[in-house]
Design a protein around this ligand. Structure first.
Ligand code: C5J
Length: 221
C-alpha cells in the first residue's frame, strides 16, 4: 500500500478503496464576475492552483482512485437556498441574481460550470450540493458506502469553507482524510494556513495534510 509522508505522520491508503474529492472548482468561485468576486474577493488567488489540481486529477486517474467532483449549486427556483444564506453578506450580487456568467450559483448557468482545465471526465461522479458541506442534502455518503471507500483525498476551494466543512463531515463519518496542501486555496491566505494546521493538529484530529509531490512520490515509487 502507498505510504505518503504527510503531516502529522504517514498516511497509508489503498487506492482502490480511496476517492479524490475535488471541491467546487467552479467559474463562480475562480473567475471574475462570479459569486466569489461578488463577495469582494480577489479571485486570482484561487486561479493559481488550477494546474496543481489538474496534475492531482491526472495522478489519481492513473492510479485507479475514484474521482468525485462537487459543485455548489442551487435549483433555479432557489427552493434549496435558505433565505439566511441568500441574504447574508455584503454582496452586490446575491445567489440567484443575474451576473456576467449567468445567475449566481445556480445549477446549469455558465458560471456554475467546473473550469475546463479540471473538468470531470465521462463517468466521473458530480455532486451538486446546496450547502458548504458535500454530505448535506446529497447522495455522497451513499455513493461512498456502495463503492466501499474508506479513504478520501481532498482538493479544491475554498480551504476553510467548503473543503474544510466536507472534510470534517467525512471525518465524523469515519473516513481517513488527506488534504492536498497545494491543491486547495482560500481568498484569505491566513485562513488557509490556519485550516491546514487545525486539520492535522492534535495527532491528525480530523485528518492529514501533504503536498501533491508527497502523494505522487508515495504512489509512483
Ligand atoms: C464558499 C466554497 N466559499 N466552495 N464556497 O462560499 O467554499
Amino acid at each position: 500500500m502507498p505510504i505518503i509522508h504527510a503531516q502529522p505522520f504517514d498516511y497509508i491508503f489503498e487506492p482502490a478503496r480511496s476517492a479524490l474529492i475535488v471541491i467546487d472548482m467552479q467559474r463562480d468561485f475562480i473567475e471574475p464576475g462570479g459569486f466569489g468576486e461578488s463577495l469582494g474577493n480577489d479571485v486570482s488567488l484561487l486561479a493559481a492552483i488550477v494546474p496543481t489540481v489538474a496534475a492531482l486529477l491526472a495522478l489519481c486517474r492513473r492510479h485507479g482512485i475514484t474521482v468525485i467532483h462537487t459543485r455548489e449549486a442551487h435549483r433555479p427556483d432557489l427552493s434549496d437556498c435558505p433565505p439566511a444564506k441568500r441574504e447574508r453578506g455584503a454582496a452586490s450580487l446575491r445567489i440567484g441574481d443575474p451576473g456576467p456568467m449567468g445567475r449566481i450559483l445556480v445549477a446549469g448557468e455558465p458560471g456554475n460550470d467546473i473550469l475546463p482545465a479540471v473538468a470531470p471526465l465521462a463517468g466521473e461522479i458530480i455532486i451538486d450540493k446546496p450547502g458548504k458541506g458535500a454530505f448535506y442534502a446529497t447522495a455522497l455518503g451513499e455513493i461512498l458506502r456502495l463503492k466501499g471507500i474508506t479513504h478520501l483525498i481532498f482538493a479544491g476551494v475554498t480551504t476553510e469553507v467548503c473543503v474544510q466543512t466536507t472534510l470534517r463531515e467525512a471525518n465524523d463519518r469515519g473516513y481517513e482524510c488527506l488534504l492536498i496542501e497545494d491543491a486547495t486555496e482560500s481568498y484569505f491566505p491566513a485562513f488557509k494556513a490556519a485550516t491546514l494546521e487545525m486539520v492535522r493538529a492534535q495527532g491528525a484530529i480530523v485528518g492529514w495534510t501533504a503536498p501533491l509531490a508527497a502523494l505522487a512520490a508515495g504512489l509512483e515509487t
